[in-house]
Design a binder for this molecule. Sequence first.
Ligand SMILES: [Zn+2]
Ligand SMILES: [Zn+2]
Length: 277
Amino acid sequence: MSRRYWIHSAPDDYTEDGQRECARGDRCSAPRLSDESGRTVRLPALTYQAFCPQDRNAISKALNDLPELFVRVHQRLDKTFQAVAGGPIVAVSKTAPVPLSLAADELLRLILATLVSWEERVRTVARLKPLDTATSRRRRDGVVFSQSWTILAAHLDALLALGAEPMLRDGEFVDLDGADAGLDLLDLAHRCRRFLTDTKQPSRHLSGVYCDCGYPELFELLDDDGQPAGARCRQCRAEYDAEQYTDLTRARVEPVKSYRRRPLQPAGRDDHTSRRA
Ligand SMILES: [Zn+2]
Ligand SMILES: [Zn+2]
């Protein structure tokens, strides 16, 4: 986690007109292309702020995406907890990796600690009431998250313009400024997306259900939250949404029912006459 703090720890190189390189460095979204001895090299955009406008937008988008990402990571935590605690099991396969909840919990702690640390800095420059950290430690996750997020979203440019001050990271004090705040937000959104992708369950084979192509090669499709969202055929690549898949299974169930009913049909004519008599 500390690696990226080196990226621009060297004194900023300002151009003559007071611009500096975008703090995203090599990953700048709007790089300048420059020709150096016949080779084209990408250089970060020049900007008067910490980030170029494109990367400022990318950070704003990452911040906007965070509430939904936070909820989705939180759901992974809850599902595993329920499975472990013997509660109602919702689409948790037996092959689910055990440390899932631990990884989700670590990520949630990182998000909260990071947001709260920047919230404290923003409160100082925006002259808001300081955060009472003693009580804030006891606030519930959702409350902590939405309060920090609201403050940061309302003061994004103040956040990105923060000067360097010592902040606690991985048990040590490091000088962090608004550029670090922007990189933190991009990093958190990226970690959430990677976590949600990595912890996706492998798609299950839906045995006994035939695709319209005639092969029983349907595999379950899951949505971003791991809930069943239909099926895909590995033979012909056809996709069925949840409703279409239900129709498909219903259509396959019908023949089975009529087959079972057959023995209930009246036997020979003789029986009828003998019963009536
Ligand atoms: Zn940039
Ligand atoms: Zn098919």
